[in-house]
Design a protein around this ligand. Structure first.
Ligand code: B12
Ligand code: SF4
Length: 588
């Protein structure tokens, strides 16, 4: 096993989640992760592939998954046993503020001379605050850091100057803050490869399957993502990856797209070795309808499940094309609210164009998608939006009932609702100008968010409330809305009665726990307060995982034999052969 030059570490959101007593709430119900957000950024895969292509051995270690899968896994001892030239830690999602910094401290404890590099959206936002911390040496800013990371690795190997490393924030030998210019912002994604074969090979080379697993139950549900772009054309006001945020954070005026040919090839490559669903991230129409049509026409009749996103209503013709390319299609459409007024305040203006007062365009899209033969249509709603009251949320549930009555007869339409949690994204319009959008922020700095993550319940972790809903109301409304939605779903056969009962039981336990935690927080004596909260940990953990939705519901059915064994064996053989030949050329 050759020593890696760079180890990329992904932390759990809260490092000591196995010890800390925290009621996380339904913050991750609509993503494949558990509430400790164990999924590492896709960027790990593109960074590793890019560095390897340029001769730097890179190893991915998903500490969060290893800690989740094995209660006795000693993350600190594992980190101590590694000895690379540098460590990279993602602080992409702000909910990792506590975990990522704690992991950086552990790295420094055992490897004081080894550089710690951070990157990701949140690291980019908080770059200056980060490098004032002893545990962080470098931050690479941007939504694309393949080039700068290579420059930095080369500079570290040659002990060369750091002033010319693009997008780098650092401290010089006299401790002075240096913010290098933001000069690396590729306009397209032609030099980036989302190459999962690298992952398979890394498993053999490092003899370590567990560290490469993207999220807890990925082996059972091997969903793979393909990436059409970096950046976004949309203006959702709470989103830290919106067009506004990309422009202000990264100077990105428009998204960088992967060409339709390259994206089609990525999808075919995925399908060659995995039989799990492929998730096409981002609405394919963002680069224009011609782009989408070119991609779709080169992908006619792709086998297996595919998940495709709609950011706005779509025409009948487009939906028919998508279905003919992906016969086993799951469409995802985020409406956020049934109420066009709320949706507009959130930054989704489509209901104001042809249909200012209603949902005709939305409903036409649903009808066309189902008529075209889409196998499943997931509709998402959110709680915690501008102009949205508890009453409005309940009306959203009524609207779900109306949609199910009209379209839900055959079980293909699945509505979901979840809170905007745990954080309003830094860099979003609402975070930057909270009052304008009716938000009140409780935490602003990275340190404030880090501390907040150790609070005992998601009600205290939430970094915002709105003019229309206090934090407590967001929590109560979420639980009430989900109770009602699960009853509706059971009535339409989308979940079984046992699942409904299990959901109801979990929600009632969670509500009771929130009340008890609130009362315990009033205890003045810190030792007593902490002790009593700690005593609740077993009950908190019972409801911590999948509080609201049964995991089974969101997951698409994955057939027997999730992997193509011949392809996997071929990749493994290639890696063994490379190793026999002495591996790829490494930099001196
Ligand atoms: C796709 C996506 C997802 C996918 C994740 C796929 C994945 N594994 O990465 C899914 C749907 C699962 C998801 C989930 C979540 N997401 Co999301 N997601 C996005 C989206 C739409 C695109 C991100 C993307 O693909 N970027 C491109 C890829 C290739 O690059 P990358 O992974 O970002 O990595 C590059 C850089 O960030 C950087 N980098 C990243 N890590 C590191 C580490 C080092 C050491 C270095 C040097 C560089 C570096 O370099 C990489 C390569 O160039 C963005 C919005 C947007 N328009 O950008 C939101 C976004 C990133 N997500 C966000 C959030 C909040 C979440 C959730 C927390 C939501 C929730 N409560 O459930 C979860 C967290 C999931 C988890 N960790 O378990 C916020 C983040 C805001 C913030 N600052 O915290 C964003 C900005 C907007 C949003 N609200 O959706 N998400
Ligand atoms: S939430 Fe809105 S702005 Fe953000 S990535 Fe999704 S569509 Fe784009």
């Amino acid at each position: 096993m050759t020593k890696p030059h760079l180890v990329l570490l992904h932390a759990p959101s809260v490092y000591d989640f196995r010890k800390e007593a925290i009621l996380y709430g339904p913050i991750s119900d609509l993503v494949p992760s558990t509430p400790i957000f164990e999924m590492y950024p896709i960027g790990f895969t593109t960074l590793a592939e890019y560095l390897e292509r340029h001769g730097f051995r890179t190893r991915i270690v998903n500490l969060a998954v290893r800690m989740l899968r094995d209660r006795d896994f000693d993350a600190e001892a594992f980190i101590a046993s590694l000895d690379p030239l540098a460590f990279g830690i993602d602080l992409h999602w702000l909910p990792h503020a506590q975990g990522a910094l704690e992991v950086a401290k552990i790295v420094k404890r055992h490897h004081p001379q080894t550089p710690v590099i951070m990157g990701g959206f949140s690291a980019s936002y908080y770059h200056q605050e980060l490098v004032t911390r002893q545990e962080v040496d470098y931050v690479l800013r941007g939504d694309s850091t393949e080039g700068p990371l290579l420059q930095l690795m080369k500079a570290l190997v040659s002990r060369g100057p750091l002033d010319s490393v693009a997008n780098l924030t650092w401290r010089d030998e006299r401790g002075r803050l240096k913010v290098n210019p933001f000069t690396y912002l590729p306009p397209d994604l032609s030099d980036v490869a989302l190459d999962y074969s690298h992952l398979v090979k890394a498993v053999v080379r490092d003899r370590d399957l567990a560290s490469n697993i993207p999220f807890f139950n990925w082996l059972e549900y091997p969903i793979m993502a393909s990436l059409s772009c970096r950046g976004c054309t949309q203006g959702c006001v709470t989103c830290g990856g919106s067009a506004y945020a990309s422009r202000h954070l990264f100077g990105r005026e428009k998204p960088a797209y992967r060409t339709p040919e390259m994206l089609a090839q990525d999808i075919k490559d995925i399908k060659r070795f995995s039989r799990g669903p492929v998730f096409l991230l981002g609405d394919l129409r963002q680069a224009g309808i011609d782009y989408a049509q070119e991609l779709l026409s080169s992908l006619r009749g792709v086998e297996g499940e595919a998940i495709v996103e709609l950011f706005a209503p779509a025409s009948q013709e487009y939906l028919e094309e998508v279905v003919s390319s992906f016969p086993r299609l799951c469409l995802e459409f985020s409406l956020e609210s049934h109420d066009p007024k709320v949706r507009r305040a959130f930054g989704k203006g489509y209901s104001s164009l042809q249909d200012p007062g209603g949902n005709e365009e939305v409903e036409a899209t649903i009808r066309h998608a189902l008529e075209a033969g889409c196998q499943r249509l997931d509709i998402f709603f959110m709680i915690g939006l501008p102009q949205q009251t508890p009453q409005s949320v309940m009306e959203t549930i009524d609207y779900c009932g109306a949609l199910l009555e009209r379209f839900g007869g055959d079980g293909r339409l699945h509505p979901y609702i979840s809170p905007l949690a745990p954080f309003l994204d830094p860099g979003s319009q609402a975070f930057e100008q909270p009052r304008k959008y009716g938000y009140r922020l409780f935490y602003r700095t990275l340190e404030e968010h880090r501390r907040a993550l150790l609070s005992p319940s998601w009600k205290c972790i939430l970094n915002y409330e709105t003019r229309w809903m206090k934090r407590g109301e967001i929590v109560e409304t979420t639980y009430e809305a989900q109770l009602r939605l699960s009853r509706l779903k059971a009535a339409y056969g989308l979940i079984s009665d046992e699942e409904r009962l299990a959901t109801e039981e979990r929600i009632s336990k969670a509500k009771e726990l929130i009340g008890r935690i609130d009362r315990l927080l009033e205890i003045e004596d810190e030792v007593q307060r902490k002790g009593e909260l700690q005593a609740l940990k077993p009950q908190m953990d019972e409801v911590n995982f999948a509080t609201l939705h049964e995991d089974r519901e969101l997951a698409l059915p994955v057939g027997w034999g999730r992997w193509n064994p011949f392809w996997a064996v071929w990749l493994l053989a290639q890696e063994w052969w490379d190793n026999l030949k002495g591996g790829r050329r490494a930099p001196s």
